[in-house]
Design a protein around this ligand. Structure first.
Ligand SMILES: C[S@@+](CC[C@H](N)C(=O)[O-])C[C@H]1O[C@@H](n2cnc3c(N)ncnc32)[C@H](O)[C@@H]1O
Length: 209
C-alpha cells in the first residue's frame, strides 16, 4: 500500500496514547531489531478487536519493548488484564519502565520466560491471544491458543506473510514454521479464519458460533 494511503488509514483509525509513540520512537532510535514492532494499523486492528469482543483477558507472546502490550492495555477495561511473555530481560525491563508511566500499566503482567515454559504455568482462558514471538514455535503456540481461548475469543497470529516468503517453494526454517502454523489453524473445522495483508500479515481466527 502507498505510504500516503496507509497514513490516511491510520489517521482514520483508533490511535494509541502519546506515550506509545514515545516508546516506539525510543525503540527505533536505541534498540536493535526495532522492525519487530507492530505497525500502527496493526495496533488499531488489535484495539478494534478488543472492543468488538469485549475482551477482558489478553495474552501476548512476544513483549519486546512493550509497545503492542501498551496499545492493547489502553483499550482494556479497568479490570482487564494482559499477560505478556518474553525471554529477553533487557527489553522486558525497558517495557516495564514505560508501562509504569501509564495509568493502564497496572493491567500488564510480564512473564520473563521462554514461551513454552511460560504457557505451561498459565491458568484460565483468554479473550484475545496475540502470537508474535519466536517463529519456530508458532505451530505449538497456535495449538495452545486454540485450547485456551474463551468462547468469544480471537487468536491473532502476526507475520503470517513473512515478507512474502510464505510463497517460496523452498522455505527456510522460520518460513516453514509460519506456513505450518497457518496450515494447522486454517484446518480447524470449528473455526473461521481470515488472513489480512496488514503489514507483514495478520491471521485472525475465531471459533464458529
Ligand atoms: C516480534 S517481537 C515482539 C514485538 C512486540 N509484540 C511489539 O510489537 O511491540 C518478538 C519477541 O519474541 C521474543 N522471543 C524470542 N524467542 C522467544 C521465546 N522462545 N519465548 C518467548 N519470547 C521469545 C523476542 O525476545 C522478541 O522480543
Amino acid at each position: 500500500m502507498a505510504k500516503s494511503l496507509e497514513e490516511y488509514c491510520v489517521a482514520n483509525s483508533i490511535r494509541p496514547s502519546a506515550l506509545t509513540f514515545e516508546l516506539a520512537d525510543y525503540t527505533r532510535k536505541a534498540i536493535p531489531g526495532s522492525n519487530m514492532l507492530i505497525g500502527e494499523l496493526e495496533a488499531s486492528l488489535l484495539s478494534f478487536l478488543i472492543h468488538t469482543i469485549g475482551a477482558k483477558r489478553v495474552l501476548e507472546l512476544g513483549t519486546f519493548t512493550g509497545y503492542s502490550a501498551l496499545c492493547m492495555a489502553e483499550q482494556l477495561p479497568a479490570d482487564g488484564e494482559l499477560i505478556t511473555i518474553d525471554v529477553n530481560p533487557g527489553t522486558t525491563e525497558l517495557a516495564q519502565s514505560y508501562w509504569d508511566k501509564s495509568p493502564h500499566g497496572k493491567k500488564i503482567h510480564a512473564r520473563l520466560d521462554g514461551g513454552e515454559q511460560a504457557l505451561a504455568a498459565l491458568k484460565g482462558d483468554f479473550d484475545l491471544i496475540f502470537v508474535d514471538a519466536d517463529k519456530v514455535n508458532y505451530p505449538m503456540y497456535v495449538t495452545w491458543a486454540r485450547d485456551h481461548l474463551s468462547d468469544r475469543g480471537v487468536i491473532v497470529v502476526d507475520n503470517t506473510l513473512w515478507s512474502g516468503k510464505v510463497l517460496s517453494e523452498n522455505p527456510d526454517q522460520h518460513t516453514a514454521k509460519i506456513m505450518e502454523a497457518t496450515r494447522i489453524a486454517t484446518g480447524w473445522d470449528d473455526f473461521v479464519a481470515t488472513l489480512l495483508p496488514v503489514r507483514d500479515g495478520m491471521l485472525l481466527l475465531k471459533r464458529k458460533r
